[in-house]
Design a protein around this ligand. Structure first.
Ligand SMILES: Cc1cc2nc3c(=O)[nH]c(=O)nc-3n(C[C@H](O)[C@H](O)[C@H](O)COP(=O)(O)OP(=O)(O)OC[C@H]3O[C@@H](n4cnc5c(N)ncnc54)[C@H](O)[C@@H]3O)c2cc1C
Length: 308
């Protein structure tokens, strides 16, 4: 039996929201390339999510939570199993604490844009750095997303998760170790939501800062082409983009996939790019940087799925 058939049998009798079978991930990933996922499941609430996860665990079917797919590259051979597309859980609310401070509770599938806009509307400062990061709360917590000297770790106060058996747990900030673009939350948990502690600020200043960041991003990043943000992690005191640019690799292509001429740590899809082109270009850059600079570049983007 194929994995796809096994998934149909496992989920057939459940009310789980939307399911796409044998779905090309290129339709949804920010890179607009990548292989097929056996099933993409978007649940509408946490109860449905728990039901799906428990059933998949029981039937031994692999699954992976994903948000906006803005930091993922799926190899050409596709992902065998179920991607749990968290975008169906996208609520965010703002409330006050007893000590006078405020917080936002956001579900994992809420976009950072939505959460940062809510904070700005409530004149709460702390999330301005999220402006222009196109991910969701779940992806941002998992990756400890950051920009301009601030990271998710600086504003998050609790993270709620479920495990493969559907058990819920809430981690306090001090129970999680966040490092550069990663967190040590157990690999097999699904982040369902997070609370962000924020301070009262000036609405005008918050909006001005967000506009400034957006302008800066438009000036520096090749946003006119599909991409996944920074491809490689920076090294201490050494931006990956500078290393790549110094080796003259801006503009280097594999098929329709190209090292951006605007920012060397971005790889863009100029139309018909494939995951194989992207992997080939990433490997080429890593080998070149290793040979010429004796530095091993690690990818920031998460690469998953089967080789062809
Ligand atoms: C134009 C552009 C600019 C960007 N700028 C920045 C930037 O300034 N700073 C930065 O840090 N990143 C940046 N990124 C990268 C990306 O947007 C962030 O890493 C973002 O946090 C990823 O969120 P996502 O929802 O898209 O996650 P996805 O790409 O869907 O997933 C990323 C990882 O998180 C895991 N994950 C997702 N949701 C969950 C969940 N609910 N529970 C458990 N695990 C989960 C996935 O399994 C995967 O391992 C940029 C990307 C683009 C395209």
């Amino acid at each position: 039996m194929t994995v796809c058939r096994a998934i149909q049998d496992a989920l057939g009798d459940l009310n789980v929201g939307k399911i796409w079978y044998e779905e090309p991930i290129s339709r949804h990933a920010s890179l607009k390339l990548g292989g097929q996922v056996d099933a993409l499941v978007m649940t509408e609430n946490e109860d449905q999510l728990r039901e799906v996860v428990c059933r998949l665990t029981e039937k031994n079917i692999p699954f992976l939570p994903v948000g906006n797919l803005t930091n993922i590259l799926v190899r050409e051979g596709g992902y065998r199993g179920v991607m749990l597309w968290m975008r169906g859980l996208d609520q965010a609310i703002c409330a006050s604490r007893k000590d006078g401070g405020s917080f936002i509770d956001a579900q994992a599938g809420a976009t950072l844009a939505k959460v940062a806009s809510l904070a700005a509307a409530e004149e709460l400062t702390g999330l301005e750095f999220c402006t222009g990061i196109p991910g969701t709360v779940g992806g941002a917590v998992r990756m400890n997303a950051g920009a301009y000297g601030t990271e998710i770790k600086d504003v998050v106060s609790t993270v709620s998760v479920i495990d493969g058996r559907g058990n819920k747990k809430v981690f306090r900030r001090d129970e999680i170790v966040f490092t550069y673009r990663q967190s040590n939350l157990p690999a097999d948990v699904i982040i369902c939501g997070a609370r962000f502690n924020l301070q009262k600020g000036s609405g005008a200043q918050i909006k001005e800062r967000m506009a400034e960041i957006m302008k800066w991003r438009h000036e520096k990043h090749p946003l006119q082409y599909p991409n996944a943000g920074s491809v490689f992690k920076n090294l201490p005191g050494m931006p990956a983009g500078k290393l790549i640019e110094d080796l003259g690799l801006k503009g280097v292509r594999r098929g329709d996939v190209q090292v951006s001429k605007m920012h060397a740590n971005f790889i863009v899809n100029k139309g018909q790019g494939t995951a194989s082109d992207m992997i080939s270009l990433i490997t080429f850059i890593q080998e070149k940087v290793k040979k010429e600079k004796n530095v091993q570049l690690e990818t920031e983007i998460v690469i998953i799925g089967e080789h062809l």
